[in-house]
Unconditional design. Structure first.
Length: 249
């Protein structure tokens, strides 16, 4: 139990390679300085900025990791040196191998309008074939080749259908993005209309308040004029009475 506990990883994911710590600004500056020195001392007309102009042995270990690996040698279609998923790959002419290139039978109609149902059918067939292989292996371990080849054909057909599904998926993604954009524009238009209604209500309220204030001022002015007119009438009446008293005396 102690050995199992000690062998258990401390983190859920593996740690990165330790040499990533050498990719610092100071080391990159030092590498550029050494490259400039190599360019100045180069006597050939070749590109002296290539990593091959530097002497790897003379570089300290922390600078060697900063140099990118050399590109693979030039290849031809007949003798490729690169492999992807155990398949030869020519970097000069990268092409995806089709079912015909792999000599695998197509298990779905050519150019299907909707690959989705065919993918579901192939996934179900993949599961049943695997269960059949599992049962056959329990009876006779040597009988494996037919089911394994059928599994390879199913996986290759599913991979081909997935590649055919990518344009449809791209269109659906664009449609969803446009719908979200249209929905956002409709929301903005709705907000603008609601803001316009609120602004109209506010202006209407201000207009009505202004009219009421003008009416109040007019009524107040009329009341002041009436009061002023009554005061003048009383003054004239008082002067008339005073003149009558003075005339009679």
């Amino acid at each position: 139990m102690a050995d199992q506990a000690s062998a258990r990883p401390a983190a859920p994911f593996p740690q990165p390679p330790p040499f990533y710590k050498h990719f610092t600004a100071q080391n990159q500056t030092e590498l550029r300085r050494r490259q400039k020195q190599a360019e100045a001392s180069a006597t050939t007309t070749e590109d002296s900025r290539a990593p091959s102009t530097l002497d790897l042995v003379s570089l300290p270990p922390e600078l060697r990791y900063l140099l990118p690996p050399a590109l693979p040698a030039a290849t031809t279609t007949s003798t490729p040196t690169l492999h992807t998923f155990s398949q030869p790959l020519n970097p000069s002419h990268p092409t995806n191998a089709t079912l015909a290139d792999l000599d695998i039978q197509r298990l779905y109609p050519s150019n299907p309008s909707n690959p989705h149902p065919h993918l579901i059918a192939l996934a179900r067939s993949l599961l049943t074939t695997f269960l059949h292989l599992f049962g056959a292996q329990s009876q006779n371990a040597e009988v494996w080749e037919p089911d394994v080849k059928h599994l390879q054909a199913l996986v290759a057909n599913m991979h081909e259908l997935i590649n055919l599904y990518r344009p449809k998926q791209a269109r659906e993604t664009v449609i969803l993005a446009l719908e979200e954009r249209a929905e956002g524009l409709r929301g903005e238009i709705k907000g603008i209309r609601e803001g316009r209604v609120k602004a109209e209500e506010l202006l209407r309220g201000l207009w009505e308040a202004g009219e009421e204030e003008v009416k109040e001022e007019a009524r107040g002015h009329e009341a002041v004029q009436r009061e002023e007119g009554g005061r003048k009438v009383r003054q004239r009446e008082a002067w008339r009475v005073l003149e009558d008293e003075l005339g009679s005396s």
